[in-house]
Design a protein around this ligand. Sequence first.
Ligand code: KIV
Length: 278
Amino acid sequence: MRVTITEIKEMKQRKDRIPMLTAYDYVTAKQVDEAGVPLILVGDSLGMVMLGYESTIPVTMEEMIHHTRAVVRGAKKALVVGDMPFMTYHISLSEALYNATRFIQEGGAQAVKLEGGAVVAETVRRLVDCGIPVMGHIGLTPQSIHQLGGFKVRGKAVTEARKLLNDAAVLEEAGAFAVVLECTPAPLSGLITDRLAIPTIGIGAGPDCDGQVQVISDILGLYTDFVPKHAKQYVRLAGEIKSAVADYVSEVKSMTFPTAAQSYAMDESLIKQLKSED
Ligand code: KIV
């Protein structure tokens, strides 16, 4: 049985921490799912870590649906959240509803994530009313990077901290089942977490959130263009991949790969016969 939003909310009540990771393809989603991660985000971060864009802004609905379908095929148990890309939920309520529906119907996701607080509250309410679970996302919201002026911690000053507290409350009131807090000071994240009945999922938001989310390519040391302060590399796969590929190149050149073990045999009399027909 797949994890439900009710189970995710109950985890907060039980003070059971919620691990969440991104995944973008079938193979990774399968590993993440089998390792027991209950929440998988098909993040628009795939624009950077999978597609090589400079930010999440160019990511399209088609790209997100394509990757979401692959993740859903790999993850049998985790609740899969599809990240709505830039400007696919702002232009009108009907467009937001249409695009969120695509994540659920075509992508096979069980929920969607939207960036923003009070500004998207009406949209969150409408999606939830229509039966689409929504995860909020406040603090550093990468889709607004040009407006925010860079990837900086949010909520250090009192006015912005108050705004984040209000945004979180408004999202909960609108029906969001959880809220991502990205790059917010740890004590503020703790305060927001205490004030909400729904779980907070932090990324660069300190240890007092109800859960943590990380970009899989960061924790595996796969994406090395930029390593955020909040990411811990549990393994350095980029180096391991490069070294494995270098070994392969060297073995192909020296003809030590493939050997009989990687080759297919044939009856010797048949090959002799074929040669004699020359
Ligand atoms: O796109 C993403 O991976 C995200 C996480 C950083 C929360 O939004």
